[in-house]
Design a protein around this ligand. Structure first.
Ligand SMILES: Cc1cc2nc3c(=O)[nH]c(=O)nc-3n(C[C@H](O)[C@H](O)[C@H](O)COP(=O)(O)O)c2cc1C
Length: 387
């Protein structure tokens, strides 16, 4: 068993053990990937404020998200095709998250269905939907999520159409993969992945295949979804979807104070400051750079969380210090899953929690809710470099 000390270690193993098509799907951003890169580069610009001779005993990373107790304020973000990174990936990720004490979010575009995850893991989870036009489908899928005990709904508001990722087009991404010569040659070196995949029946989009009539070709479901994305989306429609659910709602994909105000006015229980991990509008600012302006606009009206670019416990600390009440991680846990399955997701969470705990201690903090602007140092022009 390799010694894993960072998310970067898991990412290396993920790359080695997973078909190129799916690794590339995770590790890419849209167009030039500028926003994808800056999400992590901007975290690296922020420095931590060391304090000494402060009692660091009795520390805890515990907190709450939407009133739910969590081992640390880090939720697993919705990630499509997780069950292609590793067989039964969504079930494995939810098991790891449940045992660790953090929430898992199941994507509409998952391989394992809502029912698969509910029946095969004890932990309750959140469900994510896109803003689709098909209300027949929306109502049915939300009823299924309710029946499975999902306690909150994440509505992703930054995907009215799909940002272009060059690698996915070049790799001919499908789920399951089509067996072209390059794919077969790649699979020859990823035998563990192949054996596990042969042992599961979950290889298609489980929340869609069998639940919609027009989805005859399971592999090209992305085109089905693309047709159903609501390009005429507005805030009234978002409110309609929230009412259709009738429970706790998290709006994910907010990047400006203006949109945050609109989101808070809908009565959302939380918003996620997010650029979809750099997968939608290339050229948009990193989430961490816009976070403070959004916290000052709506931080007293709704819970403000952040995702995009978190690769360490120090990144979590930086986001919390700049006002986020919690964060979501995408690739950091997918790297763990692709590297070592359920054990790898647990490892990713352990790495992040240990880094968060140690860095909090060295910053002189013992509680999550005590973190604040005093814990970080920003370059002079960090917040107002772009006008
Ligand atoms: C491979 C991949 C697939 C994703 N699929 C979805 C999805 O199905 N629904 C969604 O709302 N967001 C999706 N996202 C965005 C994540 O929820 C999250 O916003 C993003 O991963 C955060 O950035 P990070 O990966 O740098 O942590 C996806 C992200 C990745 C990397």
């Amino acid at each position: 068993m390799p010694v894993i000390t960072s998310i970067a270690d898991l990412k290396r193993l993920h790359k080695r053990r997973t078909p190129k098509m799916f690794y590339d799907y995770a590790e890419s951003g849209s167009y030039t990937e500028q926003t994808f890169r800056e999400n992590t580069e901007d975290f690296a610009q922020i420095r931590l404020n060391q304090r000494v001779a402060v009692d660091m005993t009795g520390r805890s990373t515990k907190s709450t998200m939407l009133g739910q107790e969590v081992a640390m304020p880090v939720a697993l973000a919705p990630v499509g095709l997780t069950g292609m990174q590793r067989a039964d990936g969504e079930i494995k990720a939810n098991r790891a998250a449940g045992k660790f004490g953090v929430p898992f979010t199941l994507s509409t575009m998952s391989i394992c269905s809502i029912e698969d995850v509910a029946e095969n893991s004890d932990a309750p989870f959140w469900f994510q939907i896109y803003t689709l036009t098909d209300d027949d489908y929306n109502k049915k899928v939300l009823a299924r999520a309710k029946a499975a005990g999902c306690s909150a709904l994440v509505i992703t508001v930054d995907l009215q159409l799909l940002g272009q990722r060059h690698k996915d087009l070049k790799n001919g991404l499908t789920a399951p993969p089509k067996f072209t010569l390059p794919v077969l040659m790649d699979l020859a070196t990823k035998w563990r992945w192949g054996i596990e995949m042969l042992q599961t029946k979950r290889r298609f989009f489980g929340n869609i295949v069998g639940h919609v009539e027009s989805a005859a070709d399971p592999a090209s479901l992305s085109s089905w979804t693309a047709e159903k994305f609501d390009q005429s989306l507005n805030w009234d429609r978002i409110k309609q979807l929230m009412d259709m659910w009738g429970g706790k709602v998290i709006l994910k994909g907010i990047l400006t104070p203006e949109d945050a105000e609109m989101a808070a006015a809908t009565g959302a229980d939380a918003i996620v400051v997010s650029n979809h991990g750099g997968r939608q509008l290339d050229g948009a600012l990193s989430s961490i750079r816009v976070l403070p302006s959004i916290v000052s606009a709506v931080g007293d009206k709704t819970e403000v969380w952040l995702d995009s670019g978190i690769r360490s416990g120090q990144d979590v600390l930086k986001a919390l210090a700049l006002g986020a009440k919690g964060v979501m991680i995408g690739r950091a846990y997918v790297n763990g899953l692709g590297a070592m399955g359920e054990q790898g997701v647990t490892k990713a969470l352990e790495v992040i929690q240990k880094e968060l705990d140690t860095s909090m201690a060295l910053c002189g903090e013992r509680r999550i809710d005590a973190l604040g602007r005093h814990n970080v140092l920003l370059p002079k022009d960090f917040l107002d470099n772009y006008t």
